[in-house]
Design a protein around this ligand. Structure first.
Ligand SMILES: [Fe+2]
Ligand SMILES: [Fe+2]
Length: 362
């Protein structure tokens, strides 16, 4: 296994994932294809049976009284936002562990907010329906899953012992208010997939990683097992909703999904945590991450299954949509080439660009 805690490393995140056997990443993940969408209630009935067989509760399935293990990590180092930068090279092993704790807490606390948003959207879908069918019962079950996940994440944060770096309260309130008022549609299932698949991808990779704290691997395992059915339901609902919409509405859905994707990575890597974790300014942290060599690679890794599904469902097309996707840096090379019409160019940074990178330590 490749150690990533040495004083200097320039091994790419992709290489590390391959060394650890990238095959496990796909195992157990949702296999739903955009071209084979089944009947809504039949899918819901199947997922309800899965929920009976495969449901977990972090309150009983994790021994929270067991202490952390000294030599284990809190986040896969090659997925840390500063990995591969000159700042990373200069961090001590202790600082890297501390940064890992803060980034893990950031992901969990963002997860709690997002699961609340998803539950609100599910309740709105329930209110729109007949209230007594399998789809309703499935959505209620999913809300129950998300509630248990959020409780599990909050326990993990308390156990790590780091204060979450939250968004300013007015931002959270404004975003929640807007999301509660927007008319539901394909965009809402696209956003659901964005939150669920990105988290799923990160956690699925870390489940078999023996360098990570066993408590956290158990949290990830419980989460990805239950999220697989959520992703299946949202993938099917996305296609049904999109196909039922008119052309203008479809264009709006495509833009809203692309916009959310371009925002989610910077939001997940909220830069305020760098000051608390390693005493570095938020602005410098933000620039170093954005200009770092691994940023695009990590965003593409996190988004890949979701982007391939969006592409298959016809959601990555149109002048404005494709431009936003390019800014998001989330398209894998083959989809980029298909959508843009030419291969992605490896750009040599300008002298000014290289100077900024050097100044911020990217
Ligand atoms: Fe969840
Ligand atoms: Fe979920």
């Amino acid at each position: 296994m490749t150690s990533t805690l040495g004083p200097h490393t320039d091994i790419s995140a992709q290489k590390i994932a391959q060394d650890r056997g990238a095959g496990f990443i796909a195992s157990g993940a949702s296999q739903t294809r955009a071209k084979r969408i089944g009947d809504r209630d039949k899918t819901a009935a199947r997922l309800l049976r899965s929920a009976v067989e495969r449901s977990y509760d972090g309150e009983v399935d994790i021994d929270w009284d067991e202490p952390w293990l000294d030599e284990k990590l809190f986040y896969p180092p090659h997925r840390l936002t500063l990995y591969g930068t000159r700042i990373w090279d200069k961090l001590s092993p202790e600082q890297r562990v501390e940064l890992g704790k803060h980034e893990m807490v950031r992901v969990f606390s963002f997860g709690i907010l997002v699961e609340g948003v998803l539950s609100v959207m599910l309740y709105r879908n329930i209110a729109d329906g007949t209230l007594v069918d399998d789809s309703t019962r499935y959505m209620l079950t999913e809300i129950g899953d998300e509630t248990r996940h959020s409780i599990m994440f909050s326990r993990a944060v308390n156990k790590i012992g780091v204060e979450p770096t939250l968004f300013p309260r007015f931002v959270t309130k404004a975003v929640m208010g807007v999301i509660s008022l927007l008319p539901l549609g394909a965009w809402s299932f696209g956003w659901t997939l964005l939150f669920e698949e990105v988290l799923d991808r990160l956690q699925r990779e870390a489940v078999p990683d023996e360098e990570i704290q066993p408590h956290l691997r158990q949290v990830f395992k419980i989460h990805v097992l239950e999220e697989a059915r959520h992703i299946t339901f949202a993938r099917e609902e996305l296609v049904r909703s999109y196909q039922a919409a008119g052309r203008i509405r479809q264009g709006l859905d495509r833009v809203l999904i692309a916009l959310a994707t371009s925002l989610v990575a910077p939001l997940t890597f909220w830069p305020g945590l760098y000051r608390r974790a390693i005493g570095m300014s938020a602005f410098r942290g933000f620039l170093a991450v954005q200009l770092g060599r691994n940023y695009s690679e990590n965003v593409q890794f996190m988004c890949e299954p979701m982007v391939r599904y969006f592409h298959e469902a016809g959601l990555i097309r149109g002048w404005l949509t494709t431009r936003i996707w390019r800014v998001a840096r989330a398209l894998p090379d083959d989809i980029y080439e298909e959508v843009v019409g030419r291969p992605r160019k490896e750009r040599t940074p300008s002298l000014a660009g290289r100077a900024v990178r050097w100044l911020v330590g990217a």
